[in-house]
Design a protein around this ligand. Structure first.
Ligand SMILES: O=C(CO)[C@@H](O)[C@H](O)[C@H](O)[C@H](O)COP(=O)(O)O
Ligand SMILES: [Zn+2]
Length: 195
């Protein structure tokens, strides 16, 4: 079993090694980071959503920004659309699960915000609908996806596609990128910045 565990660890770091060498993907992460850094100065926010493990990632990233990531500083606004069970159950019940994020985005998204949709397949309908709502409100859309990027990669303004077909390996890289974004946003906004 120890060898099996080691193999899983290897698969995880090999996916990250591929990202490490992918200059095009790294440039896109820089682009997203720079755009997110601008939000605090313009009184705007990141909004995140995902299903299952990606819902947990969305909440995790929002909490790093609203609370703290690496050091004490003022709160940075960020909203996960996955946390309010009254909204999720009412919208799901009345309009359907496909609308649980789009409806909230219509109510709470503001022009100039950035919406980050997280999905391993890139095909979750509730995120695709949220991308449509975001576009109508001039909210920039970022797809944090995997596999072939799915429909989300086609629809998004910026698509960060993890080069893997394995759902867990994609999710592990999603949270790595999420942490890197939080780190850069925090340091650029309240710290010494990053090179
Ligand atoms: O965490 C996992 C699997 O590792 C699951 O909870 C997974 O997130 C769920 O099956 C999601 O519904 C998958 O949706 P998506 O990544 O295709 O958008
Ligand atoms: Zn998972």
């Amino acid at each position: 079993m120890k060898n099996y565990i080691k193999e899983q660890i290897k698969l995880s770091y090999e996916t990250k090694q591929t990202i490490y060498k992918d200059e095009e993907l790294l440039e896109k992460i820089v682009d997203v980071a720079q755009k997110c850094v601008e939000l605090y100065r313009t009184d705007k926010k990141t909004i995140l959503a995902g299903n299952g493990g990606s819902a947990a990632d969305a909440q995790h990233i929002a909490a790093e920004l609203v609370g703290r990531y690496g050091f004490d500083r003022p709160s940075i606004p960020s909203l996960a659309l996955t946390t309010d069970t009254s909204n999720l159950t009412a919208i799901g019940n009345d309009y359907g699960y496909d609308k649980v994020f789009s409806r909230q985005l219509e109510g709470m998204g503001q022009e100039g915000d950035i919406f980050i949709g997280i999905s391993t397949s890139g095909n979750s309908k509730n995120i695709l609908n949220a991308f449509d709502s975001a576009k109508k409100k001039n909210i920039l859309t970022v797809a944090l996806v995997g596999k072939d990027g799915g429909e989300m990669a086609k629809k998004a303004d910026i698509a960060l596609v993890i080069p893997s077909d394995s759902t867990p390996r994609i999710q592990e890289s999603h949270i790595l990128i999420g942490h890197i974004l939080c780190d850069i946003i925090e340091k650029e906004t309240f710290g010494d910045g990053v090179n």
